[in-house]
Design a protein around this ligand. Sequence first.
Ligand SMILES: [Zn+2]
Ligand SMILES: [Zn+2]
Length: 257
Amino acid sequence: MFDTHIHTKISSDSKMEIEDAIKCAKSRNISMIITEHMDLKFPKEGLFCFDAAQYFEEYDKYRGEDLLLGVEIGMKKDCIQESKKVAKNNPFDYIIGSVHLVNNLDIYYEEYYKGKNKREAYEKYFMSMLESIKTYDFIDSMGHIDYISRYAKYEDKEIYYEEYSDIIDEILKVLINTDKCMELNTRRLNDENAVKNIIPIYKRFRELGGQNITIGSDAHNTLSIGSNFNAAKDIAKLCDLKIVYFKERKKEYEKDQ
Ligand SMILES: [Zn+2]
Ligand SMILES: [Zn+2]
């Protein structure tokens, strides 16, 4: 099975050496798609971007059946064309589209939440996601819909589908109508409560006509590679969704569902 979301030292927030990742993945019987961060026009200049040519040059020798080269593109409205160019001009196997910044504020930090109650902060996040996936039509899968639940500064960080169902439905419909996958990010799946609250979103995706999901740990270190994959497989089964990965931008079905 492929772990389709992995950051090595080419990403600003990872120190992982690719050779360590390979060793570790092999021992866990996991294949990998490397997806380095490409958040163009990141507020702190130069962070979370990389030289694609150099990436392919450096990692080409590792590329093969069990290691594919992708990218995680940060979606925001001021760099659509630039991101599209990066996607088009490089031989990526796979492209994740993710929201990390809302109105140019990093939702990792306190500043984004200042003066907003949870509803406002989450609605703005989903609005930005909706706007992004309408314009970033060149991605393969939308990353971590529950990203905000990792970092929000509220006591209860969970997304309750019913509370945001209107806007979440709109997001899911755009993904389905444009034949995009949804990622099931496994980072939070060690938490029973997170699992319980993510399921209704993926069930709804299926109900509206969605069929395929990608599974990724978002590993930034070797420990996290392939983490919580059993929980992810259970969720896929429960929601009647098929697990896929991408090779040369083409969808492939996992045999081991
Ligand atoms: Zn991300
Ligand atoms: Zn990531």
